[in-house]
Each structure stands twice: as C-alpha cells, then as structure tokens.
Design a binder for this molecule. Sequence first.
Ligand code: CUA
Length: 385
Amino acid sequence: MSYRLLTIRALRDRLARHPAGRVALSLLHVAVTAALPLLLLWLAGCSTEPAPRDTHSPVSDNGEISSFFYSLLLYLDAAILAIVVAVWAYALVKFKKQDGDDTLPEQSHGNMKLEVIWTAIPTLIVVAITVPMLVGVFKMSKRHDPNQPVVEVDVTGKQWWWEFDYKNGVGAGLHTANELHLPADTAITLHMTSADVIHAWWVPRLGGKRDANPGRTYPMSFTPKVPGIYDGQCAELCGSSHALMGTKLIVHPIAAEIEVEYKGQKVKIESYDSWVKAQQQPAKAPVAELEKGLKLFKERTCPSCHLINGLEGTDVAARSASSGPNLTHVGSRMGIAANTLVNNPENIAKWISKPSAVKPGAKMPDGLVTPEDAKTIAAFLSSLK
Ligand code: CUA
C-alpha cells in the first residue's frame, strides 16, 4: 500500500470512478451549495434573537408604516430576483452552445413588442411602489392637531447627549436627560433642535429619524403603542463621541404598572403619571453618610453645569448650550453618559473621575475629582432616585 498526498482534483477523480464515491460527491456538492446562503446570512448578522434596535418590530404608528414599506420592498425585490435568476438559469441550460454548432442565434434587437414589455413592467412596479410610499411619507410627516391633547417635548441634541423639556400635559416643566419617557397610546410631538452641531434622533423601533439642527426646530409626531424600553442612537456624525450618543425611549402604560422584557430581563414600568409625580419631586436631602458626597459635589464646581433641584447650592446652573444634564433624579436612570454605561455607583465614579476615558471629547473635564472623591460623589448621586 502506498501513501501519496492526493490533490483535491485527484481525490475527486478517484471518487468519481466508484458509484458510492459519486453519491458522496453529490452529497458534498449539495451540502456546500446549501451552506453558502447560510454563511451569507451569518455574515449579514442575521439572528433569531430579538434585537433591541430592530426596525421590523415597530412600536408606533410611524414604525408600522416604515416597517410595512421595508417588507414590501424586500419581498417584491426577492420575487423579482427569483424570476430573473430562474429565466437566466433556464436560458443558460436551454441555449448552451453545442459542440460544432457555429450558427449565430436568432437576433432580437429592434423587437418592438419586447421593448414595450420590458419598459412597461418596471414602470408599473415603480409606480406601484412610489404612490403608496408617498402616501406613507406624508402620513409620517403629518403634525398632530395642536387642538387635540398632545404631549409635546423639546428635544435638544448636545455633544454627546440628549436634553428633554416637557412642554405640556401632566409632565409640563420637567427637564430630564438621555432617557425619554412617554405615555403609550398618546399623541406625541417632539420638537428637535441642537445646541451645537447637527445630530439626529433615531429610535429604530419607533420608526424614522429626525435631524436635530442648530438654530432650527423640526417636529416629529407619532403615537407610541406598545409600552416598553427601546434603545436609540444619534444617527448623524457629530464628532468624536457620536457613536457614544445613545438614548432610551421608555413608553409607560397609561394605567397600572406592567412588566416588560428588556435584553432578556424582566423590568417593571410604572404608569406615566406615577413616573411624572416622582420626577416632579425635589431631590431628597442625603442621609448622613452621603452628605460628604454632596459637599464634594459643590466644592468641585459640579453645580456650575449640573442642576439638582431642591438642595441648597445645587440649583444654580443657568441653562445654556454648554450646561450638562439635570441630575435631580439621576439615580433613577438606567444608563449614564448617554447610555454608554449602566447606571451604578462604580460606573458613575469611573465616568466622573476621567470622562475622556469613557467618552472621548466629553465636555466634562478630566481631573475635577480624584478617584477617591469620585466614589464618594457617586454614592451620593446614585441615591438621587
Ligand atoms: Cu450626536 Cu451623532
């Protein structure tokens, strides 16, 4: 018996000489052919897990419209691709050049009937897509009637976080950051603007993006339908920490508290009214062991940018393009640094002791607090529920 290194071609030839080998080759061929599309799906990032930023699971009227057109285009395009590939494959087999046959195939240019058909069909398809899509675009850009009950919130993009000012409804006057809380089944109009460069508000499951431009205000009207927690992301390149400018949308039930699933965890969401009531409270004075945190917060000049309503010496910051997030209830938020880190005392300490390490270019300067002071301040901030 001789041992020789076989090339793939030699191995294939050898296998092809035996009936069992031919079956094995066919099976291998089928396996490779089936694996290629699966490999493509895998490379495309397809997953059966629920994705937090999935535009195919809309939670608002606008989301339903954009998801419908996405699906319409996807299925229509898939059908067209299947037809084109089928005709092409048929032609490949049927009109394959035969050995010894050098005659020219029948020439069909200038065939009026064909020209009309392949101009008319794509035109009809484009019209069938464009007309309903225009209707959808106008529906999505329609403002809610301001004479009806509408919750309106001013949304201001800042490098690199989001500021919210509630204009009316039970929450009128609330001033919060990064996590936008809205009531379900209620007409909402957001007014987008920016304090510095162009940002874009985008919560994929809500449907649609809206630019936040300095010096201008653009409205975005919609009705959230499903209570839950939805991730969002600034969608306009706005500087070094653009990718770290996240947001969260929390849609509250109107009536009682409910439990929702968020990233595999069960999370309770209270009613919108009870969230508003909690946010309207002034900050609680810290208990004795947290008082040092408040003292350091004031000494390290934090109140010159950050408001904490209701504590002496912490509600002095003037609102400006460069002022930072309102921290009155910072402990009640899920994330910090615009959703870059999970909100807990360790992460707050990490964030404030060296902001540039968490968020390059952040306006909060490095070196304001020592790592030891940062821990003390973080314990106090975390208590502000
Ligand atoms: Cu703000 Cu990108």
